[in-house]
Design a binder for this molecule. Sequence first.
Ligand SMILES: [Fe+2]
Ligand SMILES: [Fe+2]
Length: 198
Amino acid sequence: MIALVHSLAHIELNAIDMVFDMIARFCQMDLPRTFWDEAVKVGLDEARHYEMISRRLEELGSFYGDLPAHGGLWDATIATRHDLLARLAIVPLVLEARGLDVSPSMMHQVRSAGDEATADIINKIYIDEITHVAFGIKWFEYICAAQDVNPHTKYRSLVKKYFRGPLKPPFNEMARTQAGLTADYYQFDMKPAGPDHA
Ligand SMILES: [Fe+2]
Ligand SMILES: [Fe+2]
């Protein structure tokens, strides 16, 4: 349980850094004020998530930093540092959407192990993360429309360029749909190679 909660604390800490990196790095872009307001709200959520989960880790007798952690999330941030569309494609629309896929079964496992407190925190985070994916898709499509590019085609090319490996099912279609992330954004890797896959 400590290893699991530690890995969640690591994800949330990275999530704080990733969203404020986005705000600082792309602040020269001409976007509506609401983009920045909503981004800050996501950052505030991530800070609350980190606080909740790191406090739980301490209740379990550990602390954040007690275990080794991977640098994969920050690598994704660095890889997309030059392009806001790539950042939105990879961070909310691949990584945070992936979080929605794995959360229900993780919650179930944690509850089965008798840790209601951790399961409740995972559930709170899960509900917020749906809104983070919604933020990602809303603004990804807004910028694509402003640049007059097809969002689905653009998304596929960005994922192929910046994300290693296929988007793996099972997908949490209910939560993804709730966030506004339609199947066009995640079912394409399962189709046979065609012109879209060039
Ligand atoms: Fe989070
Ligand atoms: Fe998030």
